[in-house]
Design a protein around this ligand. Structure first.
Ligand code: ADP
Ligand code: TRP
Length: 335
């Protein structure tokens, strides 16, 4: 076990698919289990910039909470909370704003992408861009710095945000006194890109995904729909070109990999049986989590309770950090 503090935020954006699980959820859970201190939160204030439907925001937040718990997050070990339940984060964002150059926000990829899109469409460059989107990196820095985080596990698209958080910590520490730890990041592995049932990258936007939580019949039907070529069972097949095999490899132990490859290469398995095997490993992995997920979704009060307990713990460190930050600026420390 390492003595580092890890922290990550997830936006509530609907139910995950098995690509999200392999690429993001499972690595974050493994990392959390291996560290002394871990924080995982639902970034609902971040979602609010884009979601203006109260019912959707509420339900998506429950969904993401139930999802992580069902997949193995241990709320006794990992501090698990809603961002919106930790008001210290927002005050910290205001303190950071005082030392953050506007130019830094202008350079943020997400803001620049939104501006470019408007320009291409011949619209005003700032059309439909709210201040929440513009100052997104500021709030994200407060999320991270409040917990004195060492490592943030992230996808490639988030790296700039972590670098900004580091910059802001530096500006603040240099302007006043050292208060914030400078955070680093750990990049998700590139190799873990799952294909969808049609062979393109698995993605909700291609509608080629296999959801994590679904009943067994529906799961089986989806697996049976995976695209293959027309090779007969006894023909040798290249496992690296098979969607079935590529998904399968992520759900078996490393020792089983060679024999599974050989079945393909030596023409000892047909696609029908390979799909059955894939279905079996997916059932093994997700049948129980699907049950747990369904149970949690039926008990939102239980989720509220769990998240409130997590927020209590998060607020302890947040208050310490905020109090110290206030003090070094000349504001009154918290009592
Ligand atoms: P989608 O493309 O379905 O909208 P997102 O872009 O919301 O998925 O991805 C959320 C997280 O899941 C990201 O961190 C990304 O790295 C991971 N992820 C998404 N699709 C895949 C995939 N096909 N294989 C592996 N990881 C993925
Ligand atoms: N911006 C992240 C995303 O879009 C979510 C997020 C918010 C986050 N605050 C964070 C991630 C702090 C890591 C640390 O996925």
């Amino acid at each position: 076990m390492s003595g580092k503090t890890i922290l990550t935020g997830v936006k509530p954006t609907g139910a995950p698919h098995i690509g999200n699980y392999i690429g993001a959820i499972r690595p974050a859970l493994r990392l959390a289990a291996a560290q002394q201190k871990s924080y995982l939160f639902i970034a609902d204030y971040h979602a609010l910039n884009a979601v203006h439907d109260p019912k959707a925001l509420r339900e998506d937040s429950y969904q993401v909470a139930a999802c992580w718990l069902a997949l193995g997050l241990d709320p006794q070990k990992t501090v698990f909370y809603r961002q919106s339940d930790v008001p210290e984060i927002f005050e910290l964002a205001t303190l950071l704003a005082a030392v953050t150059p506007k130019g830094l926000m202008d350079r943020a990829h997400s803001y620049k992408a939104a501006v470019d899109k408007n320009r291409e469409a011949g619209r005003d460059p700032d059309a439909d861009i709210n201040m929440g989107l513009y100052t997104y990196p500021l709030l994200m820095a407060a999320d991270i710095l409040m917990a004195q985080t060492d490592i943030v596990p992230v996808g490639k698209d988030q790296v700039q945000h972590i670098e900004f958080a580091r910059d802001m910590a530096g500006y603040f520490n240099n302007t006043f006194k050292p208060v914030f730890k400078l955070p680093g990041y750990q990049l998700e592995k590139e190799g873990a890109l799952l294909p969808g049932i049609d062979g393109r990258k698995m993605s909700k936007s291609y509608n080629n995904h296999i959801p994590v939580f679904m009943d067994s019949n529906a799961r089986q039907k989806l697996v049976m729909k995976i695209v293959t070529d027309s090779k007969r069972p006894e023909e040798p097949k290249n496992p690296d070109e098979s969607i079935i095999f590529q998904i399968y490899t992520h759900f078996i132990a490393a020792e089983e990999l060679q024999s599974a490859r050989r079945l393909f290469e030596e023409g000892k398995i047909g696609y029908g049986d390979a799909k059955k095997n894939l279905f079996i490993v997916l059932e093994r992995e997700f049948e129980k989590p699907t049950q747990i997920y369904t149970e949690y979704m039926a008990k939102p009060a239980l989720l509220d309770e769990l998240l409130a307990a997590g927020a209590e713990k998060a607020r302890q460190i947040a208050r310490q950090t905020l109090s110290r930050a206030r003090e070094v600026t000349g504001l009154k420390p918290l009592r």
